[in-house]
Design a protein. Sequence first.
Lengths: 156, 105
Amino acid sequence: MTKTVSIAPVSKTLTVHATQAHAFETFTAGIDRWWPRSHGVGSTPMVRSAIEPRPGGRWYTVHEDGSEVVVGHVRVWEPPSRVVFSWEISAQWKPDASVASEVEVAFTAEGPRTTRVDLVHRDFEALGPDGGDKLRRDVAGGWPGLLDLFRTVAER
Amino acid sequence: MAYRNALDVLADPTRRRVFERLRRGPLAVGRLASGLPVSRPAVSQHLKVLKEAGLVREEQDGTRRIYRIDPRGLARLRSWLDQFWDTALDAFKAEVEREDDKGTP
C-alpha cells in the first residue's frame, strides 16, 4: 500500500501600510530591495535577487561567482492583486527544476494605503526528487547556505 | 535542535537516497537495499540514523521490519519553512512601508 505523505501549507497574512500597487511592485519587480541575502541557494553568497515581471518570468538569484540560480517561475501574473510562482527548490534546499512546490501571494486593498498580503506556500509533497540521477549530484552547493540561514532564523 | 539534526542527517547522499525511496511508500530493508549500491547492513545503519533524527519510523511485520517516513520529521521541515517566510515577509514589510516610498493612493 502506498500512502501519500501530506504536509500542511505554510500560510502567512500580513497587513502593510502601502498601496496595493506598491505592495505588488515591491514584492515582485522590487524583490532585490528586500529579499534577505541569507535566503540564497547558490554555492557562493547571493549578491542580487530578481523576478522577471511577466507570466513565465524567472525568479532567480545572482551569486558572487557570477552564477545564476533559478528559484522558480511566474505561473500566474495578475498585477496588482495576485502572483503565483513555482518554487523549484528541493527539500534539501537545492535548486531542482524537476520539483516544484507553489507560492501564491495575493494583495488585497483594505484602504487607500493599507494592503493585506496573503502568502501560501503549498504542495510540499512535490519536494524532493525520487530519481537516482538527481540524487547523485553533489549537494555541497546548497548546504552551507541552508545551515547559515537556519542559524540566522534560530538566533533571531 | 531537532530540525538542524534532520538537515545534517540528510546531508549524506546515500542516506538521502534511502529517505527518498521511502517517499513512495513503506518498504522493508531488503527491498530498500536492493535498489541501492550499498550493502544491506549499510542501509540498516542509515535507517537507524534516520530513525534517531525522527525522519522515519519502523514497525514489525512478521519477521520483517518495515520502514516508513515519519510525518513528524517532515513537520519540522515545514516549521522551518514557516520561519523562513516569517523572516522574508518581515523584510518585505519593512521595505514596502519605507516612509519615502509608500506609493500613491
